[in-house]
Every structure is written in structure tokens, then in C-alpha cells.
Design a binder for this molecule. Structure first.
Ligand code: OGA
Ligand code: MN
Length: 299
């Protein structure tokens, strides 16, 4: 019987005494999912699982999404996206080194964004004193919505925003930070697969019905239906608000951690504060969610 220990933070809980390599009984799965919806992020420590087991556990949550950066699919496993600064013996990157350099929500640029992502750490960089590097920050988009002034909440009703893969691609490519830069330009055919999409600025969580501020710095380009300058100022205000420190949990990784986060009720940012020879190697699956809608329960 596993334990659920909530963090003293705006989101997140650790699940203790669970082996994700073994199938979960229906009642345990139910308890895990309820905790997931309550806390938006679950941390499973010491998971020694194969790609097959990672995929099998992820598939219980829904259909898996295949990332457009196909160069970094784990060989033989298109559902697993390899995130790493490591290069092979020929100097070829084994994964995307640039992941998450700006605040974002995974796959908010598709019509059915991710319900959740599951990221498994195989190698974690450390500084000379043994302190882990390459933390990941998660902000609660529920807390962010709740903290907005009432006048702003009223202003957001009915507004939609445009989300674009090319927007985050260009932002990350333009950044010069510590570590490798290895995003691969998309072919024309790949670009056609990720057209810009519109989502409501405020959405209702598909399971908890809580209201969510669904814009992010990396992927959201513009707010529709407002004069250009007004829309741009509002978007900037919202994306800056969304990751204020009071909404954030910061995860320090250990090898063997598997993090499962809700892409509706959180957004995240990776700290790129390490470089080779300090190695970081992670594997991610992404579970498809529903089309975001604003559909609150009648009050
Ligand atoms: C991701 C991501 C952040 C990290 O896997 O979606 O943004 O810390 N990664 O690797
Ligand atoms: Mn991400």
C-alpha cells in the first residue's frame, strides 16, 4: 500500500513505496489518479524501469503523443522523447539538450494538448559539492488564476490566444545559455503538422473543473480580438504573473525519479545551469488530453 506525502509547496506530492514497473491494481490506480488531480504533480523516487515499462504505465493514462522533433525519439521507441546533453562516440546528441529553457506547457501548440508528461531521470548532473544541477520548476496555473485581480478575471472571459510550436522553437534557438543548443529545424512537412492553434485564455480543468490560466511564455504568441498593443501588454502581464514564486515548486532531481505532471494545471521551466562533462539524461512520454474548453460548472 503506497503512501502519498504532499509537499509543503503550491503543488506536488511524493508517492512512496510504489514500483511503476509492476501493473497497478485498479483501486491503486484510482488512488494514484485522485492524488494526481489533487496535487498536479507526483514524484516517484527510485524507479528502475525499462522504456517498455515507462510506456506501459503512461498508456494507462491515455494515448501517447509522438514529439515533432523526431531526431530525439529514443531509438526504437517513438513514444519516448530523449532529453539529454550527452553526445555519442561520434559526437551526435542522444537527446534534445534545449528542453524547457523557457516557461511552457508541453504541447500547448496542438489542438489536443497533453494531459500529462512523465519524465524519468537516468542521469542527473551535480556540482563539485554534490548538489544536484538541472532542477525543474513547476508553477500552478490554478493558483495563478485564483490570484488574478477580479477585474482581470472578468476581462479574460471569452478571450482566446494563439499557441505556436515555431514560437518556442525560435525563442530557444535565439537563446545563448550554458550547455548545448541542438534543436533541429523542422522540414516543411513537419511544419504542416504543427499549425498554430487557438485556445481559451482561461480553461476549465477536464477532471477537477478548476479554472486555469492557460497561457505560457514559450508557446503563446498573442491574444485575439484586442487591439495589438493592448493584447500584447495583457499577454505579457499574464505570462509574467503565471510563474510568480508563490505558485512554484522547484524539483531537485535524483537519478531514478519519475515525475508525472499535469500540463493543464501546471507550466514548467528547466534550469540550464550545467554543461558537459556533467551529464543529464532523461526520457519523457506525453499523454494526449482533451481540447481545452472554458466550461465551468454552474454555481
Ligand atoms: C520536458 C521539459 C524539462 C527538464 O521534458 O517537457 O521541459 O528539466 N523538460 O528537462
Ligand atoms: Mn516541457
Amino acid at each position: 500500500m503506497f503512501q502519498i506525502r504532499p509537499f509543503d509547496a503550491p503543488l506536488g506530492a511524493e508517492v512512496i513505496d510504489i514500483d511503476l514497473g509492476k501493473p497497478l491494481a485498479a483501486a491503486d490506480y484510482e488512488r494514484m489518479i485522485n492524488a494526481f488531480h489533487d496535487h498536479s504533480l507526483l514524484v516517484f523516487r527510485d524507479q528502475d524501469i525499462t522504456p517498455e515499462q515507462h510506456i506501459a504505465f503512461s498508456k494507462r493514462l491515455g494515448e501517447l503523443q509522438v514529439h515533432i522533433q523526431s531526431t530525439y525519439h529514443l531509438p526504437g521507441y517513438p513514444e519516448i522523447y530523449s532529453i539529454s546533453n550527452v553526445v555519442d562516440e561520434n559526437g551526435k546528441p542522444i537527446g534534445l539538450a534545449d528542453a524547457g529553457k523557457v516557461w511552457h506547457t508541453d504541447l500547448s501548440y496542438v489542438t489536443q494538448p497533453s494531459r500529462c508528461s512523465l519524465l524519468h531521470a537516468l542521469e542527473v548532473p551535480h556540482d563539485d559539492s554534490g548538489k544536484p544541477l538541472g532542477d525543474t520548476l513547476f508553477a500552478s496555473t490554478i493558483r495563478a488564476y485564483e490570484a488574478l485581480p477580479d477585474a482581470t478575471k472578468r476581462r479574460l472571459v471569452g478571450l482566446k490566444a494563439m499557441h505556436s510550436y515555431m514560437h518556442i522553437f525560435d525563442k530557444i534557438t535565439a537563446m545563448k545559455r550554458v550547455g548545448a543548443a541542438n534543436l533541429v529545424p523542422l522540414t516543411e512537412e513537419q511544419k504542416k503538422k504543427v499549425p498554430d492553434v487557438m485556445h481559451p485564455v482561461v480553461i476549465t480543468h477536464p477532471y477537477t473543473r478548476k479554472k486555469i490560466l492557460f497561457v505560457n511564455e514559450g508557446i503563446t504568441v498573442s491574444i485575439a480580438g484586442l487591439p495589438q498593443a493592448e493584447g500584447a501588454a495583457l499577454l505579457q502581464e499574464l505570462v509574467d504573473h503565471a510563474h510568480k514564486p508563490e505558485f512554484v515548486y522547484r524539483h531537485s532531481w535524483r537519478a531514478g525519479d519519475l515525475l508525472m505532471w499535469d500540463n493543464f494545471s501546471t507550466q514548467h521551466l528547466a534550469m540550464h545551469d550545467y554543461a558537459l562533462p556533467r551529464r543529464r539524461r532523461m526520457r519523457r512520454t506525453t499523454v494526449q488530453g482533451s481540447t481545452p474548453v472554458y466550461d465551468p460548472l454552474p454555481t
